[in-house]
Design a protein. Structure first.
Length: 518
């Protein structure tokens, strides 16, 4: 009787198991926000389980464009007694054939709530072991067209074949690929590389993308409780790039923890990749960027940036080195270091500003700025701004500290110069002092001397509209014709000789002016 019952069960179990698998698969897909349709399921305990004509769609097409069609999906189980009595893997292999898939990685607000309970380290290890048990030992994809959609970017791979085994190295091949990410729109030829699969992590290696860009390694950790982790190591235009990101649950939403580092990257091919083909040169010596937070509330997260670049030139004008360090913590950005070096010139700055009102509200946000500069070659620095500033020369120093909010300023700005010149006319010395009080900028001193010739100015300017002002200018020269080059290009009568003394006083606003001129 027992043998007869076992025989009957053995004979009727395939349709029953197929029915159970169909219900279970549809239930799991529904919980994931997907609709599942399967043409035929062939299930037998002694043979691999086969799903024919599999079709998956997002339940709400307005939120997700995810769509997967597979002609055949084959699942091979380990022996039944291993599943029941051992803690070994459940699936021996998964094989997907003739796949057409669009995977939408973008998330709407109502799909951000991945309510994963925060677990301690022991619980996370237990969750990882349970996840690993349901991951197969071998995965193969045959004849697949895959498209991945993310915010502002998409990746398409044509005719992909790949196998991933925990026992040996595999191979990845694609007839073609197309990458679109912001300004990057790059079509690739055939791709091939090495694959591996171990403890829930997918590995890709040695994939030549295009000239100067090689994917050294790509790791995707699937058996991470509450999320996914991705690591990328690449060779990029003569330098190296490392990118790591993990997606986890925080406050019931998907949180990002990312880090990017790069070194010795040529700017010219990088700019060309981003769509810029102007006269540009330089090297990114070192850059490090980190961010942790919720993507939809990025300004409430934490981030840092460290940048060092050398030999930057734009249209033959530029600087020797740039160093920048900044941090963002809960809508407050602190720039700890900004140093620009050019020949004998050094400009340095630091400060902080608030993002409580977002990027569009920066003009009204509170800020603090410190500036210092030691300029021993004014012509080299002024040349960055083109003509006629490239005709300046001399030395200059700058110091200042300014703070404020919503057009209410406080602080000072001081500039001193010596041995200066403009259009071959020497200027022996100069000094400018500006103080800020509320909405008013006060020029307390502005003097430039060349021998016994001078220009003096002082005045006040209201920063807010209608920008009322008051000012006074005095100037004196023994030979006005010596300054003809200052007015080069203007249609003014040529003055051959003569001494001039000028005094002007005036006031007004943006639309009305009054004053006296002697």
């Amino acid at each position: 009787m027992l043998a007869g019952c076992a025989l009957i069960i053995w004979l009727v179990h395939p349709p029953v198991l197929s029915w159970i698998l169909r219900l279970a698969a549809e239930r799991v897909a529904s919980q994931a926000g997907l609709q599942l349709e399967v043409g035929e399921i062939r299930a037998h305990l002694s043979q691999p389980i086969v799903f024919e004509r599999v079709r998956v769609r997002a339940t709400n097409a307005d939120e997700s464009q995810t769509a997967v069609d597979a002609a055949r999906v084959e699942l091979a189980l380990v022996p039944l007694w291993s599943i029941l009595f051992d803690e070994s893997r459940v699936f021996r292999s998964v094989i997907l054939q003739d796949v057409r898939a669009v995977l939408d990685l973008r998330r709407g607000d109502n799909r951000q709530r991945i309510l994963v309970r925060q677990a301690n380290e022991r619980e996370q290890r237990s969750q990882r072991q349970r996840m690993l048990r349901y991951l197969p030992e071998y995965v193969a994809v045959q004849r697949a067209n895959l498209e991945f959609l993310a915010t502002g970017q998409s990746y398409f791979f044509e005719d992909v074949s790949a196998d991933f085994s925990e026992e040996r190295l595999g191979e990845f091949r694609a007839v073609g690929a197309e990458l679109r990410a912001g300004p990057v729109n790059q079509s690739l030829g055939s791709l091939k590389g090495i694959t591996a699969w171990k403890d829930g992590t997918i590995y890709f290696a040695s994939v030549d993308l295009w000239e100067g860009v090689k994917l050294d390694s790509l790791e995707v950790q699937l058996a991470q409780p509450g999320g996914v982790a991705v690591g990328v190591q690449a060779t990029l235009f003569g330098g190296s790039l490392r990118f790591d990101v993990s997606l986890n649950s925080e406050q019931g939403r998907m949180a990002v923890n990312s880090a990017v580092s790069a070194s010795n990257i040529e700017i010219v091919p990088l700019a060309a990749l981003l769509g810029y083909h102007g006269d540009l040169e330089g090297v990114i010596r070192d850059v490090k960027f980190t961010f942790r937070g919720l993507p939809e509330r990025a300004l409430d997260g934490q981030g840092s940036l460290r940048l060092a670049a050398d030999g930057f030139r734009l249209n033959k004008r530029g600087w020797e080195s740039l160093e920048l360090g900044a941090r963002m913590i809960h809508r407050r950005v602190a720039v700890s270091e900004l140093v620009l070096k050019q020949k004998e010139n050094t400009l340095a700055g630091s400060g902080e500003f608030s993002l409580d009102q977002g990027w569009l509200g920066m003009a009204k946000a509170p800020f603090l700025l410190h500036l210092t500069a030691s300029i021993n070659d004014l012509g080299a620095l002024a040349g960055l701004f083109g003509s006629p500033f490239d005709e300046m020369s001399g030395r200059m120093s700058l110091s200042g500290s300014i703070n404020g909010q919503a057009s209410k300023l406080g602080g000072f700005l001081t500039l001193e110069g010596s041995q200066m010149g403009f259009r071959k006319r020497p200027v022996d010395s100069g000094r400018v002092e500006v103080s800020f009080a509320g909405s008013e900028a006060q020029v307390t001193q502005c003097e430039f001397w060349s021998g016994e010739d001078f220009v003096r100015a002082k005045g006040n300017l209201e920063i807010n509209a209608p920008h009322t002002y008051w000012g006074e200018i005095q100037a004196r020269t023994k030979d006005f014709s010596a300054y003809r080059d200052f007015f080069k290009g203007l249609r003014t009568p040529e003055v051959r000789a003569g001494a001039v003394q000028i005094r002007w006083q005036g006031d007004g606003n943006a639309s009305a002016h009054s004053g006296a001129f002697n």
